[in-house]
Design a protein around this ligand. Structure first.
Ligand SMILES: Cc1cc2nc3c(=O)[nH]c(=O)nc-3n(C[C@H](O)[C@H](O)[C@H](O)COP(=O)(O)O)c2cc1C
Length: 398
């Protein structure tokens, strides 16, 4: 039976454990470049024990970004920054993953921490704002909420051009040293919007039936599969449910993932559709492991390895869903922001015999051989230490 710390092999790549740092948009780039900022925080997560480390969604075109401060890989001169990141992740024992995406209707934003809407979060920028642009989608339907500006409906020729951009980006990603590629087909971004009837009301071969709405995604996958090395994993995060009666339905997603498997998909990462703010049952936002049952259905019904995120940050929860073989890889998002050493901490919490095996060798040596008073090195006591302390009548701070 695997546990959270069992290695996981997909194609020719083995992760040292089942813990992935989930992609998180960072608003830390200039001209779409990766720089010291990205090397620092991604290297820190690799040193903190994550098996797979994703930078943020990486845009395949400038208009595919969330904000003008987001990272991309649409140009050869961006490869070197990515190479620095992958080399740092590898140096600390992680596998470097890249999530390729295009924000579609949900681009042209201010970074959330600079946004000024009533939620204090997102702020869409008008197309004529210096940091804004005309967003695009399957149909000329704004995403809603803050995104009320006009949307350009993509022509078939433009769709083909975007698929070429996916392939070019994938080629650069391989060149930069990434060993795992996830297509971002979720969260209301371009691919997710093609799949959702809420956003896609086309009458050509890209709209209408489930098969037609999946066409943009399948063609993107095909374009990437052609250039991405065969021995490296090709995965995708699907906006599998809009939680709205007129949006993406989970049953349709199961069918579409089956088609993607036939097109060379190696693993499915399940997430929300994100094509409307009017979600009728967004339980997964606050419920521990709230997306796991959907991921498990895909694992069983499609017969493909799965990952998911959403509130897996309690170590016992993440470990249980792996042990029970409900999912194969746990995607850890916000907990990775609050604790770069989340895997080491989780290992300690779960009573793993050698939690410091996850950190670089020289740190490991010191932490294992000169531990001193365990809580003083910032980690909870082992169960044995806690018991011994309790028996001695002492209090050991957790
Ligand atoms: C700051 C931030 C940025 C995010 N950006 C992305 C992104 O670029 N791509 C993506 O697929 N998900 C993104 N997400 C979603 C996370 O990857 C993850 O799915 C979500 O936070 C749920 O996992 P958690 O409960 O462990 O945080 C983002 C989340 C946060 C908090």
């Amino acid at each position: 039976m695997p546990d959270l710390f069992s290695p996981f092999t997909l194609k020719g790549v083995t992760l040292r454990n089942r813990i992935a740092m989930s992609p998180m948009t960072m608003y830390g780039s200039t001209d779409g470049q990766m720089d010291d900022y990205h090397v620092m925080y991604l290297g820190a997560r690799a040193a903190g024990g994550f098996g797979l480390v994703f930078p943020e969604q990486i845009a395949i075109t400038p208009e595919g970004r969330t904000t003008t401060s987001c990272a991309g890989i649409w140009s050869d001169d961006q490869v070197e920054g990515h190479r620095r990141v992958t080399s740092m992740i590898k140096r600390f024992g992680g596998v470097a993953g890249i999530q390729l995406g295009h924000t579609g209707r949900k681009g042209s934003e201010l970074p959330p921490h600079k946004g000024v809407n009533e939620m204090g979060t997102w702020k869409a920028l008008a197309p004529d704002h210096p940091d804004g642009w005309l967003t695009s989608g399957p149909s000329a339907i704004p995403a809603g909420g803050d995104h009320s500006y006009p949307v350009h409906a993509l022509t078939v020729e433009e769709i083909k051009g975007l698929h070429r951009s996916y392939a070019d980006a994938a080629r650069r990603a391989a060149d930069a040293g990434y060993e795992w590629l996830e297509m971002h087909f979720a969260h209301g971004y371009l691919a997710a919007s093609f799949f959702s009837p809420l956003a896609n009301q086309r009458t050509d071969e890209y709209g209408g039936s489930v098969r037609n709405r999946a066409r943009f995604l399948l063609e993107a996958l095909d374009a990437v599969r052609e250039v991405w090395p065969e021995h490296l994993p090709l995965t995708m995060r699907l906006g599998s449910d809009d939680f709205h009666p007129d949006g993406t339905q989970f049953e349709d997603s199961i069918e579409a993932i089956g088609w993607m498997k036939e097109h060379g998909l190696d693993l499915a990462d399940l997430s929300m559709g994100g094509n409307t703010d009017d979600m009728r049952d967004p339980h997964f936002f606050n419920e521990p492991a709230g997306f796991v049952p959907r991921a498990t259905r895909v694992r069983r019904e499609v017969g493909i390895p799965v990952a998911t995120s959403w509130n897996l940050g309690v170590p016992q929860t993440a470990d249980a869903v792996i042990r029970e073989e409900l999912i194969d890889v746990a995607m850890i998002g916000r907990p990775a922001l609050s604790n770069p050493h989340w895997p080491v901490w989780a290992a300690r919490e779960l009573g793993h015999p050698a939690p410091f095996d996850l950190v670089p060798a020289d740190w490991r040596w010191w932490l294992s051989n000169f531990r001193g008073h365990a809580p003083s090195i910032g980690l909870p006591p082992t169960p044995e230490e806690a018991l011994a302390a309790a028996q001695a009548g002492a209090t050991v701070a957790a």
